[in-house]
Design a protein around this ligand. Sequence first.
Ligand code: SF4
Length: 692
Amino acid sequence: DSADYDREVKSVCPYCGVGCQLSFKIKDDKIAWVDGVDGPANENRLCVKGRFGFDYIDHPHRLTTPLIRRDDAPAKGLNVDPANLSTHFREATWDEALDAAANGLRGRGAEIAGLGSAKCSNEEAYLFQKLIRQAFKHNNVDHCTRLCHASSVAALLENVGSGAVTATFNEIENADVAILIGCNPAENHPVAASYFKQFTKRGGKLIIMDPRGQAMKRHAEHMLQFRPGTDVAMLNAIMNVIVEEGLYDEQYIKGYTENWEAMKTHLADFPPEKMAELCGIDAQTLRVVAREFAGAKAGMIFWGMGISQHIHGTDNSRCLISLALMTGQIGRPGAGLHPLRGQNNVQGASDAGLIPMFLPDYQSVEDDGVRSAFTEVWKSDDFSNQKGLTTVEMIDAIDAGQVKGMYILGENPAMSDPDVEHARAAFAKLDCMVVQDIFLTETANFADVIFPASAWAEKTGTATNTNRQVQMGRPAVSPPGDAREDWWITTELAKRLGLNWDYTHPKQVFNEMKQNMKSLDNITWERLEQAAVTYPSLSPTDPGQPIVFGDGFPRSDGRARFTPAQVTAPAEVPDADFPMILTTGRQLEHWHTGSMTRRASVLDWAEPEANASLHPKTLRKMGVKAGDMITIETRRGAIQIMARADRAVSEDMVFVPFAYVEASANVLTNPKLDPYGKIPEFKFAACRVAPA
Ligand code: SF4
């Protein structure tokens, strides 16, 4: 009822990459409730996080004043009580805190590394990478894409020439077959999942492939619950059938691709009968699925971190790209490749250059012409032509004494990095750690200077969702106390580091970004104030292109490439000491490291306690009941956590969400990296489980 609120502000959900548009209803300068609005990705729908997960912004733990570590603070560790910061930090003015941060970071070149944030706006991501490159003259800047879809992006750039989706997820309404692999959209992209369910209701065939079961299973024609880590074997077997049975699209392959003969030869080694035992899916099912996808009039492939978070994550994505290419399922209505993005602005933060090897729009730092185009706009000197350190490499560089200071904005690597005790120990060694966030995160425990920042509902800025839709975020309320918008904080720090910055509004930043980002051609701030625009937009009135690559690919020869993938075992396989498989991920109610959702009252009420999912038979064998505490141990460490019975996991597997500090899943995970995407193997580690 409009009488129940004073005003409303339209913005975008702060959580997942679906990018639902919503309306904040505000009463007495507080968000009273949230409604969905008619955005291009959600058409009024919201999930439980978007609808009920907003009151974290009023939580008493909000940081409201700049903080500086006290001279007499205890040794750095995960030891600060968020309700009593004065044991470790003293309150400071903005001038004091900004000066302290600048003095700690200034003049240290490649000894400084930066982690920006996919929770911030495009403009804030752009400013962050610019600060690291302009102030420190190198490229040690990354963000959570490294832990999420870096391997997907590596494979997409390599083989189709662009790291973004080729079709929006809403295009599924024009498809007749869709594959969901390594993703659990009912929990992680719930509004996208509602479109996937509609697709099956009107007769579309859904093929789900995942080592874990999931709620979408009951809507699926096929559920291939394959053995963890055998993605390449299974996908090569499916493609083998398409080749052997002549089901490929010869005309498309000839017209738009390269390296087909090598791919065909490679696939001959992967008949389903040979791969069935390895991947745990019988040969006949692999054949049926291959025929159904190859026979689709229009087919889409969606994937998530079950594909990307492996040491063979890039190979997994290469297989999916090859499957779409050989069947001609790209560039038409209802056809395409769609890695479902995690955070609300991980697509935009990547586009804006928060990546150690790329400037904005994936332009290589190694290209002299590219760097000079940026330094001309920035009116600054050249910077390094060497790729910078990635997220996990930064931790190793701290250990090696190469990195001595960090600026971290809105990320929580002390919870999200693999082998996280190692990362925490590394942060304790830094000479200067500057953290900008809305709460005293686990990472901020280790900080020397803390900047109190703005939540999404408190800021102006654009964000780009999984569909390449650029949307305007608007401030519903003001940041509390002395907290400030992130673009303002980064600008003030830049000035103290001697940079010539004079931004007074994110619109200025957006206009600067446009000068070297072709993806923003025809997209203006004024247009975004009216409506979302999907990039690429071909004219000042074009709302954007939901489908790309209908007529060739942005590679040097205009052709996409088949890159064969070999089967690689996970970095750590189960053995007598650690006989089970650990896999990690998210839950519907909790977002990433839990810093926001565990402080959102409804979400915390719905899922208050750390829990691990095991098959009921596994629990019985251990003599453990659901609700009992268990110990999970790997070669990195051990946690104690409540057991939950869940038939979705196989008997040799345990699933642990990574949102809970009291039972940090990443104490257990393996930091081994995919060699191309540099993404850790969060989805597979050898573990043992016992009653606590
Ligand atoms: Fe927010 Fe994602 Fe839920 Fe939409 S689906 S309301 S973007 S968390």
